[in-house]
Structure formats: structure tokens, C-alpha cells
Write a protein that binds this ligand. Structure first.
Ligand SMILES: NC(=O)c1ccc[n+]([C@@H]2O[C@H](COP(=O)([O-])OP(=O)(O)OC[C@H]3O[C@@H](n4cnc5c(N)ncnc54)[C@H](O)[C@@H]3O)[C@@H](O)[C@H]2O)c1
Length: 265
């Protein structure tokens, strides 16, 4: 998408109240987009939207009704979005089988707990992306007939799922699997679909680890081949912006990880 087409065009960012989503929302606003933040956290979402002159919509990505209402409200204010960046996720994690000290036997990670990540990551990604695409399909085409661009957030865990990441890792690899068929479904309409697999980024969940267990955080930094630090949210947002700008990027899942390959644990 050309810089001129970004001026006053609409963009939606889920999970935009924090971390990678917030950095993406800021970068999109700086490029001229009218940004709508979707987040379940009302207080932070409203504050972060105000900082960038955007709008905030309290949305729970696990609810079809809530997401549909969010899209309707955002479109009523900003018009049909050209860009959708989906960062929010909900998951629950544990080892498939673990030793239970209380019973002295082994315990299984319940199927319904596994399904929390399936719904909160894979199904939610389809929900958000397909609702965005349905709206984008009716937008006026830009250069090359492009109508819109969707960026999903996967994880390095989609390829290097660690001990305890059975639900998260498999749901994120589902997101990777969604990208190419969706890009192909949307090719005749002119909507591009890509995803980013971040390595380890310094967002509030990770900064919480630094504050509680500094030695674990230091080891995480050391585990990155180069540069020896966690990724910066602005580096994630920079790749989001490249995916938005570069009209030839389509059907791609990209690692952004300082060359880290995560070990089993
Ligand atoms: N930070 C990392 O190291 C890392 C690594 C790999 C992948 N990721 C992925 O990047 C994405 C963003 O992670 P982050 O580190 O920026 O997290 P974060 O916790 O900083 O931000 C997530 C945001 O999503 C919102 N959210 C949570 N549940 C929601 C719901 N049901 N509906 C709407 N919003 C909801 C939260 O309120 C929060 O504002 C996630 O998909 C995560 O899996 C992060």
C-alpha cells in the first residue's frame, strides 16, 4: 500500500492496549491510519487509543458477538478498515501428561483446557480475519486491485513448541496453516494475508518475568544468538508496517527472532 493510501485509511489492531499490538497501533497511527484498538482491557485500551488519537472498542476476541459489535462500531467511526493486525490471544497451558504429587500418579491435561487455546488462538484468528475480509471485499480497489491486508500473530512456538506448550504451540501452528489457504481464498478479491512468528519480545508478560525472576530473564536474553536481547515491540511493528507497505508480501509466515531456536525446555 502506498504512503498516500494510508492517509486517513482505517486500521484495526486487536490486543492494541499492550505489547506488540500497541506498538503496531502506534506505528500505523504514525503512518497516517485512523486506528481502532480492540482489547478486552477497557482502561488500558481507552488510554492507549487516546495517546494515538485513535478509537477504542472493548472487544473479547473469544466472542463472535463481541467481535462483530466491535467491527460495526469501528467502521461506523472510521469507515471500512484496509488493515487488520491481530495480536490478542487466549490460551491455557500445561504438559500433556504430568506427575501429580497429590495422587502419586500421572495426570492428563484435560481436553477442554487444551481447547481454550484452540478457540482463543486458532478459531479467534479465523473469526477476526474473516470478518475483516468480508468488509474489505466491498472496498474500492487500490494499486494492483488490492483491497486490504491482514497480519496475524503466530509464534516461534508454532515451530519450536516447548515442554508445556502443547496447546499454545499447536494452536499457533494452526495460525501458520491458515495463512496460505486464506490468501488463496482471497486472491481474486485482492486481500493479502501474512503472519509473523515472534521469538521472545519484551512485552508486559516477559517484563513480568524480568521483575519476578531476573536470572530467568537474563538467561532468556543470553539464549538469543544475536542480538543478545529480547525483541523490541517496535521491531515487531516495523515488520507489520513492511507487510502493509509491500504489496508483494502474501501468503507468508515470517520468523522475527534473532535466530533463536527454542530448546525442549
Ligand atoms: N511477547 C512475546 O515474547 C511473544 C512471543 C511470541 C508470540 N507472541 C504473540 O504476540 C501476541 C501479543 O503478545 P504480547 O506479548 O504483546 O502480549 P500482551 O499481554 O502485552 O498484550 C496482549 C493484549 O491482548 C489483550 N487481550 C487478552 N485477551 C483478550 C481477549 N479475549 N480479547 C481481546 N483482547 C485480549 C490484553 O488485554 C492485552 O492488551 C500474542 O498473540 C502472543 O501469543 C508474543
Amino acid at each position: 500500500m502506498k504512503a498516500a493510501d494510508m492517509q486517513d485509511a482505517a486500521a484495526i489492531v486487536t490486543g492494541g492496549a499492550s505489547g506488540l499490538g500497541n506498538a503496531s497501533a502506534r506505528a500505523l497511527a504514525a503512518a497516517g491510519f485512523k486506528v481502532a484498538i480492540f482489547d478486552v482491557n477497557g482502561e488500558a485500551g481507552a488510554a492507549k487509543a487516546a495517546e494515538i488519537g485513535g478509537t477504542f472498542h472493548q472487544v473479547d476476541i473469544t466472542s463472535e458477538e463481541s467481535v462483530l459489535a466491535g467491527f460495526e462500531a469501528a467502521r461506523a467511526v472510521n469507515g471500512q478498515e484496509r488493515i487488520l493486525v491481530h495480536c490478542a490471544q487466549v490460551s491455557k497451558n500445561a504438559k500433556s501428561i504430568r506427575f501429580d504429587k497429590a495422587t502419586g500418579g500421572y495426570k492428563r491435561f484435560p481436553t477442554e483446557d487444551f481447547a481454550v487455546a484452540t478457540y482463543g488462538i486458532l478459531v479467534a484468528s479465523y473469526r477476526i480475519a474473516s470478518i475483516a475480509a468480508l468488509g474489505m471485499a466491498s472496498a474500492e480497489p487500490l494499486e494492483d486491485g488490492e483491497r486490504g491486508c491482514i497480519v496475524l500473530t503466530s509464534s516461534a512456538a508454532a515451530q519450536d513448541g516447548q515442554v508445556g506448550q502443547i496447546a499454545y504451540g499447536s494452536a499457533k501452528s494452526g495460525v501458520n496453516g491458515l495463512v496460505l489457504p486464506m490468501a488463496r481464498d482471497l486472491m481474486d478479491i485482492g486481500i493479502r494475508v501474512n503472519a509473523i512468528m515472534p521469538g521472545i519480545f519484551s512485552t508486559p508478560p516477559m517484563l513480568g518475568v524480568r521483575d519476578k525472576v531476573p536470572e530467568i530473564f537474563a538467561n532468556l536474553e543470553k539464549s538469543v544468538p544475536f542480538p543478545k536481547r529480547l525483541g523490541k515491540p517496535d521491531e515487531f511493528a516495523s515488520l507489520v508496517m513492511e507487510l502493509v507497505r509491500n504489496g508483494y508480501f502474501n501468503g507468508q509466515v515470517i520468523r522475527l527472532d534473532g535466530a533463536i531456536r527454542m530448546p525442549p525446555r
